[in-house]
Write a protein that binds this ligand. Structure first.
Ligand code: NAI
Ligand code: MG
Length: 503
């Protein structure tokens, strides 16, 4: 299969429809585009119209074996290259990605339904930033000396793990792949990525771009279904590390399979992140912050979405009213239109799931669910997976809407009276990914920053993952960190100890 001739690299294009077609039927293995061994494909659908835009290669265990075997071979020479040189190549790849930001933004908007201006372009730029950041860290792959006496030399060295298997989801596919691939590669590993079945195109294009700079075989990608393609990747004997972002349920399956092989796993799973708003906050900034925190522009399809908002009672009514007013002013429509703020839900399955939560909330006695922002009127979008953002109040703390990750544009808001009770409520969740606190009282802010059970706490802001700052959850939100130098060393290398007796 690897004998398929390397096609001429696709020329840069800003027509996502043409590019989607051209990327059909391909994995990227061993430095070239290859079809699935079985020749099978599955449809990639534009969620804004319901139309098929591509047919992705449908990988299975045979494709996994080809990719992993090839990667294991290529990794040997890659690991011998000085780490700074590897970093320099990854840095060079960042420049190529930056040159293709416009193309990648349109492609990811087409396959995921995420609005171009508010989300997709931001994501593509972040991908270039992440490759740049890790590219600069090659020189940090180094060890220590431990003095035991003049006749003994004790040193530690950081070695790569081998072939890394990465399984990624569809919500920010390019960025989540970059957070795994860039550090894994700089650390001297080869990587095989299994893309999400809903969003296989933009990530495939990135792998091809990066391969223009890297030696063939170190960065590979397969498309396919979870059980048929993801599971064999985790189970392959030459895969020595698995890194995963997605649901808690799948994270546990992967963790069990990794335990059978005794290999390390990094898991970035779901969230139900609290946003705590004190009455003394900067009101304007905080209401605006609630909209960004809830990731309404990504239809709430974010693991850090502020999907539980607690507002101190004196400003509760005013806060909810102002939030609803501002969400109303957001434009829902064609993801590829620059005017659009909010695009679509990813897939019919997620659409039904989110609709189910909304219906349950609406049917709850005493609860109010405000539907905000107008549905798009364009008839071309009538089959699009659009859902109006919903803000729920009056729900009980035991409601499924309050306890489970909805992964849609639905938030629940509660009033609170005192700091102690809201802290207990905020921590009363199986998740522990992120949290935000909004106040001008430094004492309260710091007390909450320390006491909240979360991997990331932000005060008076809610930014997305930032390169250079460790990111990852506690409790059911995951295991391990991403995005930082320490995370690269901890999760993509092992420390070898060397003792030399010179006496
Ligand atoms: P999922 O966890 O099933 O899928 C994520 C990735 O895992 C995909 O590439 C999928 O093909 C793969 N996968 C599925 N089963 C597998 C298996 N047995 N072995 C190996 N790989 C497997 O998530 P899904 O079904 O897309 O979404 C369900 C829910 O998960 C969402 O509603 C949301 O709550 C949560 N989620 C959280 C994300 C996050 O950023 N933490 C991202 C996506 C989903
Ligand atoms: Mg699933």
């Amino acid at each position: 299969m690897l004998d398929t001739p390397h096609p001429t690299p696709l020329a840069p294009t800003t027509d996502p429809f043409a590019l989607a077609k051209a990327l059909s039927g391909k994995h990227f293995i061993g430095g070239r585009y290859v079809p699935a061994v079985s020749g099978k494909t599955f449809p990639v659908v534009n969620p804004a119209t319901g139309e098929q835009v591509a047919a992705a290669a449908e990988g299975d265990a045979a494709d996994v074996d080809a990719a992993v075997t090839n990667a294991a071979e290529a990794q040997k020479a890659w690991a011998k290259m000085p780490a700074r040189k590897r970093g320099a190549l990854v840095y060079q790849a960042a420049a190529l990605i930056r040159e293709h930001v416009e193309e990648l933004s349109r492609l990811v908007a087409l396959e995921t339904g995420k609005a171009l201006r508010t989300e997709s372009r931001v994501e593509a730029n972040n991908v270039a930033d992440i490759f740049e950041f890790f590219g600069g860290l090659g020189g940090e792959i180094k060890g220590e000396t431990v003095p035991f006496g003049p006749d003994v030399l004790n040193i530690t060295v950081r070695e790569p793990l081998g072939v890394v298997g990465a399984i990624i989801p569809w919500n920010i596919p390019m960025m989540l792949m970059a957070l795994k691939a860039a550090p894994a590669l700089v650390a001297g590993n080869a990587i095989v990525v299994k893309s999400a079945e809903e969003a296989p195109l933009a990530v495939l294009r990135i792998v091809e771009l990066v391969n223009r700079v890297l030696p063939p075989g170190v960065f590979n990608i397969l498309s396919g279904q979870g059980a048929e393609c993801g599971a064999p990747l985790v189970e392959h004997k030459l895969v020595r590390k698995v890194t995963f972002t997605g649901s808690v349920e799948t994270g546990k399956i992967i963790s069990r399979a990794a335990a059978e092989k005794l290999i390390p796993v990094t898991l970035e799973l779901g969230g139900k992140s609290p946003m705590i708003v004190f009455a003394d906050c900067d009101f304007e900034k905080t209401v605006a912050g609630a909209l960004t925190s809830m990731r309404f522009t990504r239809q709430g399809q974010s693991c850090t979405a502020a999907s539980r908002i607690f507002v101190q009672r004196p400003i509760f009514e005013k806060f909810v009213a102002e939030m609803a007013k501002r969400v109303d002013a957001m434009v829902m429509g064609d993801p590829l239109d620059e005017k659009t703020d909010i695009g679509t839900i990813i897939s019919p399955g997620q659409f039904e799931k989110v609709k189910g939560f909304i219906a349950e909330g609406q049917a709850t006695a005493g609860a109010t669910g405000r539907a905000c922002s107008a549905m798009p009127s364009d008839s071309a979008l009538k089959k699009g997976l659009f859902i109006q953002p919903h803000i729920f109040t009056g729900l009980s703390k035991d409601s499924r809407l309050v306890r489970e990750e909805i992964f849609g544009p639905v938030t629940v808001v509660f009033p609170f009276d005192d700091a102690d009770s809201v802290l207990a409520e905020a921590n009363d969740s199986e998740f522990g990914l992120a949290a935000t606190v909004w106040t001008n009282d430094l004492k309260i802010a710091l007390r909450f920053a320390h006491a909240l059970e979360a991997g990331l706490v932000q005060v008076n802001q809610n930014l997305v993952v930032q390169p250079n700052l460790s990111y990852g959850g506690v409790k059911n939100s995951g295991l391990g960190k991403e995005a930082s130098l320490e995370s690269m060393l901890e999760h993509f290398t092992h420390k070898k100890t060397i003792m030399v007796n010179m006496a």
